[in-house]
Design a protein around this ligand. Structure first.
Ligand code: ADP
Ligand code: MG
Length: 261
């Protein structure tokens, strides 16, 4: 763990679309038993790109992003993350997970560990960081999400918004190249949504490659480079926010936007 300080202090700002895709999904099909949950998904994500994925409940959004860090098995198609093919075995899944951070709707913090311990765990377990290194890294990212003053508390002592920011900090402690968010604000009381979105906006401004499943359309409009709309396991429509919101082409998109906006 030699790059702790530089990685924490100087996030690299990358221009969206400036280089080879960091995520390449081609011809992805996935089934749960006989039920086809994803159909013909192809998607290329550039380094630094910010993508919002939206669509009705049950359309396969969570399954798609879970496929990207190997949480779901894929039966057909290819997923390549930072030149690592995900479909080629367990070893690769571990390698990909080192590069991909994930934040869920439920914060999934370990309740018996303090905020600081939650953040120190993965770097020590899977990166061989010393306790001192892990603590320094954890405090760096806890400061970044503006919650360092809560480091000694247990998750149950924090608000939902604070817990979600800790979950973001914990993911960042693995210095991921890509962050996946699955409805990170859906379980929050309304007054806590903004603090989490602001944290995500900060990450976006630092150039993090982000895929966010969210129905926060204000966030999509202001942050996304591209909005992807899914229905029935397919990508039905995608576009830059102005085009997606201003001139949705597909009936299903219009119906969906009519319901949530
Ligand atoms: P979304 O995130 O868009 O709401 P999901 O990806 O969670 O959609 O689910 C898509 C569909 O797949 C739903 O019909 C859901 O019931 C089904 N599904 C999700 N996970 C499983 C699973 N582990 N086993 C069987 N069906 C599943
Ligand atoms: Mg979901």
């Amino acid at each position: 763990m030699t790059d702790t300080n530089t990685a924490a202090a100087a996030p690299v700002r990358r221009e969206a679309g400036s280089s080879e895709p960091i995520i390449r999904i081609q011809g992805l099909n996935k089934w749960f038993g006989h039920f086809q949950v994803l159909t013909d998904i192809s998607l290329a994500v550039s380094p630094g790109e910010r993508i919002v994925i939206c669509g009705p409940s049950g359309s396969g959004k969570s399954t798609l992003i879970r496929c990207i860090n190997g949480l779901e098995k894929v039966q057909q198609g290819t997923i390549v993350v930072d030149d690592i093919a995900l479909t080629a075995g367990e070893r690769n899944i571990e390698a990909v997970r080192q590069e991909v951070g994930m934040v869920f709707q439920q914060f999934n913090l370990f309740p018996h560990m303090t905020v600081l311990q939650n953040c120190m765990l993965a770097p020590m377990r899977s990166r061989g960081a010393s306790k001192a290194q892990a603590e320094e890294l954890a405090m760096t990212y806890l400061r970044r999400v503006r919650i360092a003053d809560q480091a000694a508390k247990y998750p149950s002592q924090l608000s939902g918004g604070q817990q979600q920011r800790v979950a973001i900090a914990r993911a960042l402690c693995m210095t991921p190249k890509i962050m996946l968010f699955d409805e990170p604000t859906s379980a929050l009381d309304p007054e806590m949504v903004k603090e989490v979105l602001d944290t995500m906006i900060g990450l976006a401004q630092d150039g993090m490659t982000m895929l966010c499943v969210t129905h926060e359309m204000g966030f999509a409009r202001s942050v996304a480079d591209r909005v992807i709309f899914m229905a029935d396991g397919r990508i039905v429509e995608e576009g830059v926010p102005a085009e997606f919101f201003g001139n949705p082409k597909h009936d299903k998109t219009r119906t969906f936007l009519g319901q949530i906006l």
